[in-house]
Design a protein around this ligand. Structure first.
Ligand code: ATP
Ligand code: MG
Length: 416
């Protein structure tokens, strides 16, 4: 039996890296006053069609949607922001505090062609700063992504940033872009030709070389931005510079989801082939209103954790936790008494592994050596009758017997 195509089991060796990423990120997020939120993996399909947009790849081709027994149209979430916007409205979060700083982490689902760093079930860590139009919010969220990557000693990452303006500016630009591209329509690749009708901005990040050549002389989005949009963008860039965060302005960066406006950014790497984006985000000022809430300007990002794991896995050397003490028992009495010893170890935060093979002490000692434990505690009928425990230090084979009441001397040795 194999897992479904595009899904995988994450085994305990790799989980160490996930836990390391999680704990570093949690520290940084907590320092900046971001709070965790968990939303359901299942949402109604309309949440995503209304927010991500009908002309996008996610909604058109990638969603895992089905009808449940109650004939509701359901989708496994393909991303986190729409659900958070929904949760913000459902729970009236803005009433308690106008600014909500939230983070989430969990599985997302997209029906895509699986490749290195691209799966059908993948994981995102994301943050949303909800309730502010201040460009400081944009700088804050980008800075946090940077701090996390830095704390993880992630090699090779670059920030690209752009402003995609407001709806009006974008619509004017779309018109000019379509008009320009229409002249070259016979030379465009098939995907771009389709997008000319439904989502012309996405043509800008086409990977087709001929299309990219055509785009060299295309009108630029920046020249359609008016003063307020430009000022917002300059401010964001300024604050990034003040945080010593290097960036390049990529005028063709547009992002694949409809809800973004003004700031759009991606953090890219050159180490993962065509799956080169580790983090994608931007400002989404009308999403919450579009879903039925009040006007709530917001900004956020999501990091693809599988890609991050690929980047950092060779850098951080992590060792699986090994038990300090291996517990070998023989006979019914010993197997009853061991539970008292276990609770003493647990209270003293001493890690242990209880032998479940039930073989001879000799075989249990072999297992103990393999387990990486420092010491093996042997408890048999004799030990129980005499109220003692036998201890074998696994490094040099030294053996001693302790009064049961003196278990604390062993615990102190293990702690030191
Ligand atoms: P891409 O261009 O690589 O398809 P995207 O623009 O669709 O990415 P976003 O929707 O912005 O991605 O999601 C944010 C991040 O989540 C991406 O930068 C990437 O790291 C990760 N991600 C997206 N789709 C997948 C996937 N199918 N498998 C693994 N990670 C993914
Ligand atoms: Mg994608």
């Amino acid at each position: 039996m194999q897992p479904l195509r595009g899904t995988k089991d994450i085994l305990s060796d790799e989980i160490l890296i996930w836990q390391h990423i999680y704990s570093k990120a949690l520290k940084i997020l907590t320092l900046s006053n971001y709070h965790e939120i968990r939303t359901p993996i299942l949402e109604s399909t309309t949440l995503f069609t209304r927010s991500i947009g009908n002309g996008t790849d996610i909604v058109n081709k990638e969603m895992y949607s089905f009808r449940d027994q109650g004939l509701r149209e359901i989708t496994l979430r393909p991303e986190g922001t729409a659900s958070i916007a929904r949760a913000f409205i459902s729970n009236k979060l803005g009433q308690e505090n106008r600014i909500q700083r939230l983070w989430y982490c969990g599985p997302m689902f997209r029906y895509e062609r699986p490749q290195n760093g691209r799966q059908r079930q993948f994981h995102q860590l994301g943050i949303e700063c909800i309730g502010s139009f201040n460009p400081m919010a944009d700088a804050e969220v980008i800075r946090i992504a940077y701090s996390i990557l830095k704390a993880l000693k992630c090699p090779d990452y670059q920030l690209e940033i752009n402003s995609i303006g407001n709806t009006l500016e974008r619509n004017n630009y779309k018109k000019a872009l379509v008009e320009y591209l229409y002249k070259y329509k016979d030379d465009l690749d098939t995907d771009s030709l389709k997008r000319l009708q439904i989502n012309p901005l996405r043509i800008l990040d086409s990977k087709n070389q001929k299309t990219q050549e055509i785009l060299c002389n295309a009108p630029l989005l920046a020249s359609f931005l008016q003063k307020p949009s430009k000022k917002h963008f300059y401010n964001v860039c300024d604050y990034l510079a003040c945080s010593n965060i290097g960036y390049t302005i990529n005028q063709k960066l547009v992002r694949g989801l409809d809800y973004y406006n003004y700031t759009a950014f991606e953090i890219k790497t050159r180490s993962l082939g065509s799956q080169d984006t580790i983090c994608g985000g931007g400002r989404y000022d009308s999403l919450i209103q579009q879903l039925g809430g009040q006007e709530t300007p917001s900004v956020g990002w999501a990091i693809g954790l599988e890609r991050l794991v690929l980047l950092v896995k060779n850098i951080i050397a992590l060792k699986e936790n090994q038990p300090s003490i291996y517990l070998a028992t023989q006979g019914t009495l010993a197997q009853k008494k061991i539970w008292t010893i276990i609770s003493i170890l647990e209270k003293n935060l001493i890690s242990f592994e209880l032998d479940l093979n039930g073989n001879t002490f000799q075989k249990q000692l072999k297992k103990a050596s393999k387990s990486g434990a420092k010491v093996c505690l042997l408890l048999g009928e004799d030990e129980v009758h005499n109220n003692i425990i036998t201890i074998k230090w696994l490094k040099d084979g030294a053996q001693e017997q302790l009064k049961y009441n003196n278990l604390s001397t062993l615990i102190n040795k293990l702690k030191s």
